[in-house]
Every structure is written in C-alpha cells, then in structure tokens.
Design a protein around this ligand. Structure first.
Ligand code: F6R
Length: 613
C-alpha cells in the first residue's frame, strides 16, 4: 500500500513530485524516493534519491537538487509489504540504468518471475516483489519491444495488484502507467501529463482527470496522452473534473491534523446534514434520485466495513433494528472470504472514509457476485473507487481527513447513517413522530458537538493517569458498546497503550480477572435504559480495587468517589448520544498520545488508506 506520482511536463517536475508525495503520505510513510530523467556525468540517465522515513527526509536529501530542470520523473512513498523499509527496498527501482519504475500493490507470483530473471542474468538489489517488473520490462526492451509493448507483456505475466509508472532512459519525454487492482488517475495538464494514486496529489497542476480502470495502460509522450486496454486497443475514459480544493487539507493553527479534525466536527456534521433534512423529515433522494422506490422494497441491510468504519456500522445496527429493519454488520476482510446466504431484497451498505480500502472494495464485489440486490456506499471521498462502484451513495462531507486516526469521518458517518435509517425505516416501523424527533436531534447535533469539543482542556487533564499505564479497558452497553470499541481503538493506535473494549455485561465472564489498580477502566454511561445495569458493572470494578473513569450523561446520577471519577457530558437524547460520547474519548486518546510523545498523525506501522488485503 503505497502512493505513486509521475510527471512529464515542459517545466521542472521535482517540486510537483515532492508536493504530490506529501499529499499521498497517508498511503504509507516508511520510505520514499524519486527518479528524475537527468543524465549524470557517470553515464547514469536517472538521478535517483531514496531515503528511509518521511517525505520531509527525502526533501532534505533532495535539497541540492531543488534547481533540477528535469521535466520527467517518477516518485513513490512506501508502506512496506515485501522487505523492510530500507534504502535498498525503497522505490523507484531501476534495471541496468535504463528502466525506472514505481509500484503500488502486491505481485503474488513474484517469486517465480524472480527465479526466471535471475536465471536470465539479472541481479536483484532489493527484497521487494516490485523489482521483478522493472527487470522484466528491461528484458522485453532488450528483445526489441517498444516501451509500451514491454510494459504490456510484463503486466500480462503478473498476478496480484499493481499501479505502476515506468520511464525508459532512451525516451526522456515519455512515461507509461498501468493499473489493475490498485487505483490510478491520469492528470490532464496544459503543460504535460501526470499519473498518481489519487487526484489530491495533482490538484496543484490540474483538476481534469481520467480515472483508469483495471487493465488500462496510459502512454504519456510529448504532452500527448493515449489510453489503451491491456491488449493495446484504444479505450475512451470520460474526463472527470475534480471539485476538491487544495486548501482544505492545510494544518493552519493546529498542532496536529487529528486535533484540527476533532475541532472541525461540528462543521463537518453541519455539512453532512445540509440540504438533507427539511421540516420534520429526511428528504427523499439523499442517496440518489430513485432511492425511495428502492428503500420501500428492502427487507434487510448488510453493512460491510473495516476498523473505525465498522464500529460506525455496529452503532447503525442498533438504529436500524430499533425501527424494524433487520441489519447485519461484518468486517469486510471476513465477509469477502466466506460463502453467503443472500437475504431477499438486501441492501449492501459499505462504509468507508477513503473509499479505497481494498477489503471493503473486495467485499462489495463478493456481495454483488453472490447476488445481493443493491449497493450503497457511505463514503467521504467523492472520487473514490467505492463511490464509483456502488449503485447509490451518501457522501459524509467531512472534508479531507489527514490524521491516520479517524475522528470526523466517524462522527459524520454516524450522522449520515442516522439519515439513512430515517430514509429506510420510514417504510418499516419508524413513525412520522419518531422521524420528527430524530430530525430535531440531528439539528442540535453540530452545536452539541462544538460544546463537548470546547471542553478539551478537561479531557486533557485526565490524560496524565494513562501515561504510565500499559493496558486499559473500555466498557459500554447497547449502541455505546461500539463507542467503547472506537475509544479503545483510538487510544491503542496513537498512544500504543494496549486497550480493549468489552460489552459491560461480559466483564464478569472473564476480563474482570485483569482488573487491579494498574488497569484504568473507562466506561461510557449515557442516561438510557441500560444505565442501571452499567452501574452494577461499575461497582464490580470498584470492588476489585479498579479505577473507573466514567463519561456519564449529566442526568445519569453516578457518584464521584476516590475510585470512580465521573466526567459529566451534556444531557443528550439517546439516539444521537453515541455521536457525542465518542468526542471525549477522541480527545482523551489525543492528549495521552501527546504525553507519550508519539507521532499522533502518523502512528507507527499504520497508513491512512489500507489498499492491501
Ligand atoms: C482507525 C482508522 C481505521 C479505518 C479503517 C477503514 O482510526 O482510521 O481503522 O477506519 O482502515 O478505513 P476506511 O474508512 O477508509 O475504509
């Protein structure tokens, strides 16, 4: 799972390649490299710079080359799969000083190809699966093929996923790209042609793109862009004009993107709701012109997602079933690898911030092949693969989310899902009065979210008690159990403290054995019908010497004492309270990570968009 950006222009391309890589850093940040067409005194045709670590490190390593006039180059940011993040494994890879290549994806049959190439005399300098491609292209060129044919015959031999950019030293004004299974867009510029893993990388030079499909090959030569299929037959792809702005993704006054994104939640929620509710109801057509006709026939919902998005799905299950619509939720990587009994008239709902998560895309494909009736994506990136591949879409409108730990994407997913619950369940058990009540709550949601965020310093003060801890438990019940899960995920991914969530009723079935004074236990306690049972669970922890931190509704009536610290959260209606209760947990995790000095926006071993299985 990596990011690539390539450019052939009549201007120097290095600044664009570096800026593009910074935009793609969410896809991986173990190591990065650039190859420019720039004949060297020693006879090498490419000036290649690679460094282990962040793009900023590559940028420093390139400081002396800032004035490079090279007008063609390829660049890569890596999230290691085959081979550690070392200089040797960093892309671009080069064969015999003649062919340079960058790759996003995984080649499954690389070992066999590697053995063949070694037998043919090629010497490998990395442990990557990628390197087979660059040598194979070189071998095809030596057999007399043109670069396009060499790329074509190479990709025909591959099994797995690839998006590649290739340069040939003998053709300095040409770059070839090809994709299958990994995303690739082609930027159409006045001064050249560009390739990248996504549009954000190229917005400083163009807003016009071709979105390549599996098997497509692009040949960019002297400002001309030619698209073909894998058999080199010309194909037409519509020009897509991106509406994304380059500005929204800037850090501004904030110390981290995660903090900025937590603070943006009230606006993001307002944007998610805008134009979708009117009077006492959710408008028809929020998911597409004919959505009501389709929703009126639905008999079941199947939600598929990963990570934080999966937890949003678990909350939504409570909402759908409360109003009479059967709903199953499954982790995408599990869903895609088993057989299914397909319910009648079942809508598959995929949830994803990025819309590029390979497991979610794979699960959608499996669902459609298995015969699920319809698909809907709740997604944050309008131009993503998931949006393109779904029948209906409901955009979350959270704006760019850069911090690896999802925050505003989660709360806006929940708000969008609540809109969807109204749009679907009014054909089931949701009465007009109940819909009106939900709409009233939704209208108050942005202001309530702002109010909780404004108490950030109170949550910061709690963080100290976690800083020397190795483990933590999170408890919740009902629709707040997934909130406990999401709170635990936030803490573990950015502070590296081991945190687990339990449905509070499960505590006595095992995990209670873990509780002592070194195990902080966090509970989410809204004022609902499950509160009395949760209070019993809290007492059980206190009786074992455990220390509780309880985020409770103002009206929950739980007493502070030396083993139980109560943090009162605004009194809020039960239906939207999961959206409010996650905010203090996001802030708590953020401030614990600050004390621990971790890299909050780019935690170790992770990437923002997970494009490997
Ligand atoms: C955690 C986090 C991940 C993502 C997961 C799915 O903070 O962000 O767990 O939620 O990788 O990503 P999307 O939503 O882009 O499909």
């Amino acid at each position: 799972m990596c990011g690539i950006v390539c450019a052939v222009s009549d201007k120097p391309v290095l600044p664009l390649l570096i800026e593009g890589l910074k935009k793609l850093e969410y896809r991986g940040y173990d190591s990065a490299g650039v190859a420019l067409y720039d004949p060297q005194p020693d006879g090498d045709q490419f000036a290649r710079t690679r460094s282990v670590g962040r793009i900023a490190k590559l940028e420093s390593a390139l400081a002396k080359k800032q004035d490079s006039l090279s007008s063609a180059g390829i660049a890569h940011t890596r999230w290691a799969t085959h081979g550690k993040p070392t200089q040797f494994n960093t892309h671009p890879h080069v064969s015999s000083g003649k062919v340079a290549l960058v790759h996003n994806g995984i080649i499954e049959n690389y070992q066999g190809l590697r053995d063949e190439l070694i037998e043919a005399g090629y010497v490998f300098s990395s442990e990557t699966d990628t390197e087979v491609m660059v040598h194979e292209i070189h071998r095809q060129l030596s057999l007399g093929h043109d670069l396009l044919e060499a790329v074509q015959s190479t990709v025909k031999k591959l099994r797995g996923a690839y998006a590649i950019g290739v340069m040939n030293a003998d053709e300095p004004r040409r770059i070839i790209g090809a994709r299958s299974g990994s995303p690739m867009v082609v930027g159409i510029g006045d001064n050249g042609g560009y390739i990248a893993s996504d549009m954000s990388a190229l917005l400083s030079v163009t807003h016009d793109f071709y979105v390549l499909e599996d098997g497509d090959i692009v040949d960019i030569q002297d400002g001309k862009i030619t698209l073909t299929d894998i058999n080199l037959k010309p194909v037409k792809r519509a020009v897509f004009t991106s509406q994304q702005s380059d500005e929204a993704a800037k850090l501004g006054e904030y110390r981290h993107y995660m903090l900025k994104e937590i603070h943006e939640q009230h606006q993001a929620l307002a944007d998610t709701l805008e134009g979708r509710i009117s009077g006492t109801h959710v408008l028809e057509g929020i998911c597409g012109a004919d959505d009501q006709a389709l929703f009126s026939q639905l008999e079941a919902i199947q939600i598929i997602a990963c990570g934080t998005s999966y937890y949003a799905g678990l909350v939504a299950k409570h909402w759908f079933e409360k109003y009479g619509m059967p709903c199953q939720v499954e982790i995408a990587s599990e869903f895609r690898s088993r057989k299914h009994v397909v319910p009648n008239n079942c809508l598959v709902v995929t949830l994803s911030q990025s819309g590029e998560t390979i497991d979610t895309l794979g699960a959608l494909k499996v669902a459609m092949e298995a015969g699920f009736a319809h698909s809907l994506s709740v997604c944050n990136v309008p131009e993503s693969s998931l949006v393109r591949e779904s029948d209906l879409v409901l955009m979350t409108r959270a704006g760019p989310e850069i911090g690896v730990a999802s925050t505003k994407a989660f709360t806006t997913q929940l708000a969008a899902l609540l809109l969807l619950v109204c749009a679907v369940c009014r054909h089931k058990n949701l009465s007009e009065e109940q819909q009106a009540a939900i709409v009233t709550e939704l209208r108050e949601l942005p202001a309530l979210a702002a109010k909780v965020v404004s108490r950030a310093s109170e949550f910061e003060a709690l963080a100290e008690q976690f800083s020397d801890k190795q483990h933590a438990l999170f408890l919740g019940r009902g629709s707040h159990y997934p909130i406990a899960m999401e709170g635990a995920l936030k803490l573990k991914e950015i502070s590296y403290i081991h945190a687990e969530a339990y449905a509070a009723g499960e505590l006595k079935h095992g995990p209670l054995a873990l509780v002592d004074e070194n195990m902080p236990v966090v509970a989410v306690a809204p004022n609902n019908s499950l509160l009395e049972k949760l209070k019993v669970n809290i007492e059980a922890v206190k009786a074992r010497g455990g220390k509780m931190l309880v985020f409770a509704d103002e009206e929950a009536d739980i007493e502070n004492d030396k083993n139980c610290q109560i943090i009162k959260i605004t009194a809020v209606d039960n239906i939207i309270s999961p959206i409010i209760f996650i905010i203090p947990l996001q802030l708590l995790a953020y401030y614990v990570a600050l004390i621990k000095g971790t890299d909050v926006d780019k935690p170790r071993n992770l990437a923002k968009s997970v494009t490997v299985e």
